[in-house]
Design a protein around this ligand. Sequence first.
Ligand SMILES: [Zn+2]
Length: 328
Amino acid sequence: MGWKGWLCYALEARGAQSFMSVGLRCNYHRDYYLALPPAHPFPMSKYPLLFEKLLSSALLEPADVETPGEVATEDLALVHTRDYLEALTHGTLAPAAQRRLGLPWSERLWRRSRLAVQGTLNAARTAFEHGLAGNLAGGTHHAFADHGEGFCALNDTAVAIRVLQRDRRIRRALVVDLDVHQGNGTAAIFAGDESVFTFSMHGERNFPATKMRSAIDVGLADGIGDDDYLAELDRHLPAILQSFDADIVFYLAGVDVVQGDRYGRLKLTDDGLRRRERAVIELVAAHRRKPLVITIAGGYAATAERTAALHAIVFEEAARYLAMRGSR
Ligand SMILES: [Zn+2]
């Protein structure tokens, strides 16, 4: 039985009311999308396409969608420097900083960046109540405290963790970053901080050229496929979950590991990606059901539609897990 069949089976077992919702809760804002210059390589339309796909497949009910506002500046300032935030606020990034960011500054970019950070923070708060929640954006792990890189202006994961620590909701957080690019900004922000464990599994020869040091970095060779990739994940993630007692887990589910990605260099199949998402969700759940926050991070397939379909897989697996949990 495919996951859809399985999901229907599990829902039937729970009774008719369950058809109202499988309980997948996600943050989304229509302004996650912003128009970029026509030749720009970033697939902005993946955000609305992902949202529409999850709604049309009934994995996500409108009532389970939370619409974030713009994150407060004082929350951003827990991670980002005042100078950087000033430059983002007023559009005064130096040309070199602008190039490094890779997205043209605009009021709308500044707004969408803040909406996406709040989306991850909201998802974290929801995850405490429901075990698991998502943001249909976020995972902007190349953002450092004082600059942006690689299409990432603000580090949503880092801000969410610092806000939850400030509010005494958590002491310790685990970041599981499986985007094909190293989570260099996140690694730098939490360097030397034993309250946050950063795990990054990425293409060793891929961007960024200079890697920062995560708590654990797994640099993968170009061209590896499903079995090798999943074996590496299995070699590390259960042990990390066992040894680091986190109060919450942030999962950056980048899909740029899949074969054919414009920037990826790895060769996972769609099925391999699905196995990865299922493994992460089930492993985290198996360790005292830690709250899990899913953000989408990167994906650059041939079309935005294909990218969105790949991003949908982690939410399909999340819905499957929730249905399975509910039917027990
Ligand atoms: Zn990436």
